[in-house]
Design a protein around this ligand. Structure first.
Ligand code: NOJ
Ligand code: CA
Length: 697
């Protein structure tokens, strides 16, 4: 329901002096729009304190510039307050509550008209440019969007470099003034080095002011438009949007009616408000699918980690046979992971422990030289290796009630994937695979395009839409990061688009703080397939290799609650779970779709404690994680239903546990609690606690 409050024509002669304000529904935030010397600007205040100083909103087309000599024609204020239900989610109901200001502007030289739309929620501001059909504007090219976010101080910032091809970085925690990519190891940042300089960062950009305000800059509903990166003015604490270019250096090709994505600024004095916020989802269009009965949350295991730690391989015949790898007469190396026999073993394990699905990577021909050569025709997505009997595997899975998850690694060769997409989806339907994990490792073909460019954003959405037509769910890896599109297409069940647990298998890994930052950054846009649950924390123990997961075992359990995703993998090998079946019980029990979620404690880079109540049930689950600093805390359990006794099963770090020296020391205890109880948590360095609360009849 949209309530129009006022709509008036502004006399041109008064326009220079005019400013338009709106307040958030709770009155804490104030946005001031004004035109200063012909340039549209906005400011944002939180309880009277300046968050964004006057900042310009300019956009440059190929044939016109909406940069100056701009006047306001009309302005209109309205508001929205409604409730909707996500198909899958952290909560069963979401309130969409904001006040809106829409200003209609004209650029006097070109006579191009456009709108700036501002929405003020309790958690923050969103705004976008809108271009309606008009005589002076039909097809147009955006060369630059110069949206400023002028901050008021040298805030603490959690940032990753502005690489248009990857978000798989460790977060840096520095002052804004110290942002500098030249000091980083950008081994995979090929594009970053060539097109962006040293002062570019990605959004969501999480900041904290000296007086304790949390500020987050991001975007929502990125569609038919490139991803926005941010150029940092380290002297004046200003950010300016930097759109990712296409192969010609242009940013976006549009036709009216068109609009930019929403640019967002969240603010609160309580970090938990940012985690609870559904503003990004609210800025996306409602669900477009009539029938969503086939969209199901999933816990899965898979033939995956064993390749990442080198126990088996994706390829069948070895890289020396790259040239003729499709030749079905090739001899296997004996290390191939995706054999029929191994797959049946995983299916048995999944069925025994109540999982929904099994992912198999390396099932299809092409892995002998899949990566690194910028080669176009790598995979056909339909031909299994000779030792993978797809019929037998699917028949067996069906007999055990297990769903198979398809894997399509494109190695960035996107034209090739699109050429095969329908055949690949047909194969999935023929064998009853309900979900696909896609992957985009490496540089994009068509060459010159970036993962974050307009065409690739359109590709990722095309795959999700085509999948929806086929009633298939999508989990994309190495895609551009989500910006809330799973509201519109709920079959977009998860994405990677950040540095996942896999990095702990073969690199310096993710420091213990990593998972305490992701909820404030990447997760704001949508669920992540982080692949938690590694129990053999030091996979190479007894060899020379020292890579390990930077965690305790108990923290791996807690991640199933602190990371929201309706798709969660139990990523370790069956034999490693069999060593710790008591702890594995938590992964078996934990829900993945939720009635309610309450963030009890949160500080970016330090800790997060959240409790969630399962959908269609009465159980609650708690996850608490810390960075490298041990943490004691006392929690009130007043979220539990009053007058009900629960059995709490607590999976916690042993007193002498430590992510590096003693990661697998944990304790499990059962106690009876109710809504009046308190719970003492004791997290060790890199540790965590997971708790299930089951009501006693
Ligand atoms: C990178 C993905 O993140 C990972 O999950 C996958 O196993 C490899 N690519 C191979 O596709
Ligand atoms: Ca990846």
């Amino acid at each position: 329901m949209k309530v129009q409050i006022l709509n008036f024509l502004v006399l041109m002669s008064f326009q220079m002096a005019l400013s338009q304000n709106i307040l958030s529904p709770d009155l804490n935030l104030k946005m001031i729009f004004s035109i200063e010397n012909g340039i549209p600007t906005y400011q944002l205040q939180y309880r009277g304190q300046e968050i964004i100083e006057r900042s310009k909103l300019q956009i440059v087309f190929e044939n016109a510039s909406l940069t100056n000599n701009i006047e306001m024609i009309t302005s209109n204020v309205s508001s929205e307050d409604s409730v909707w239900k996500p198909v899958l989610g952290e909560v069963a109901e979401i309130q969409n509550h904001y006040n809106e200001l829409k200003v209609e502007l004209i650029q006097k030289d070109s006579q191009i008209k456009y709108n700036l739309v501002f929405r003020l929620f309790d958690e923050g501001l969103a705004f976008r440019f809108e271009f309606l059909p008009q005589e002076k504007l039909n097809y147009f090219i955006i060369n630059q969007e110069l949206t400023q976010f002028n901050l008021t101080g040298d805030h603490k910032t959690f940032w990753i470099p502005g690489d248009p091809d990857s978000q798989e970085y460790v977060y840096n925690e520095t002052k804004l003034s110290a942002i500098d990519n030249s000091k980083l190891d950008l081994s995979n940042g090929i594009a970053l080095k060539s097109i962006f300089g040293n002062n570019f960062v990605q959004s969501p950009l999480m900041m904290k002011t000296e007086n304790g305000l949390y500020i987050n800059i991001f975007e929502a509903a990125v569609d038919n438009y490139p991803v926005m990166h941010l150029r940092v003015d380290t002297q004046n604490f200003g950010l300016t949007s930097q759109l990712v270019p296409n192969a010609l250096g242009k940013k976006a090709y549009l036709q009216t009616p068109a609009h930019t994505p929403w640019r967002t600024v969240m603010v609160s004095d309580d970090a938990r408000d940012l985690l609870t916020s559904k503003m990004i989802l609210n800025l996306n269009d409602p669900n477009k699918l009539d029938d969503t009965s086939w969209i199901k949350p999933m816990k899965y295991v898979g033939i995956w980690w064993e390749m990442h730690i080198g126990k088996s391989t994706w390829d069948y015949a070895g890289s020396q046979n790259a040239q003729n790898a499709a030749d079905q007469q090739l001899k296997p190396t004996g290390k191939h992971g995706a054999t029929t026999q191994n797959t049946l073993r995983y299916i048995d394990f999944a069925a025994l422990h109540g999982f929904d699905g099994v992912l198999v990577e390396g099932w299809n021909v092409g892995w002998e030289d899949w990566f690194g050569n910028w080669k176009e025709n790598v995979f056909d997505f339909t031909t299994p290796y000779p030792d993978f009997d797809i019929q037998k595997v699917t028949d067996y899975a069906k007999s055990k009630g297990i769903k198979m998850i398809m894997h399509h690694e494109t190695s960035g060769s996107v034209g090739n994937y699109e050429r095969h997409l329908d055949r690949a989806f047909n194969l999935m339907k023929e064998y009853g695979y309900p979900a696909v994990k896609t992957g985009y490792v490496g540089r994009i073909i068509p060459r010159g395009e970036f993962h974050d460019g307009q065409s690739m954003v359109n590709h990722f959405h095309h795959v999700v839409k085509r999948a929806a037509e086929n009633k298939l769910m999508v989990n994309s890896h190495e895609s551009s990061r989500p910006t809330g599109m799973h509201r519109t297409y709920p079959n977009y069940i998860a994405a990677e688009a950040a540095r996942g647990n896999e990095f702990n298998g073969w690199s310096n890994g993710n420091p213990p703080m990593h998972e305490t930052i992701l909820p404030f950054t990447r997760f704001l846009g949508g669920p992540m397939d982080y692949t938690p649950g590694i129990f053999k924390i030091k996979p190479y123990e007894g060899t020379e290799k020292t890579e390990q997961v930077h965690t305790t075992l108990a923290k791996q359990l807690a991640l199933y609650v602190t990371i929201y995703s309706p798709l969660q993998m139990a990523a370790d090998l069956p034999e490693n779970y069999e060593q710790h079946l008591d702890a594995f019980q938590f992964i078996k029990e934990v829900a993945v779709d939720w009635q309610n979620s309450i963030y009890l404690e949160a500080e970016p880079g330090d800790y997060i404690t959240v409790v969630r109540k399962e959908k269609n049930g009465e159980r609650w689950f708690l996850g608490a994680i810390t960075d490298e600093i041990p943490r004691k805390t006392k929690l009130k359990l007043d979220f539990l239903t009053p007058n009900v006794t629960y059995e709490a099963t607590i999976y916690q770090d042993a007193k002498n546990a430590h992510w590096q020296n003693n990661p697998t020391a944990y304790e499990i205890k059962k106690i009876k609690v109710n809504a009046n109880s308190t719970l003492d948590l004791n997290l060790v360095s890199g540790g965590g606690t997971a708790v299930s609360f089951v009501p006693l009849k």
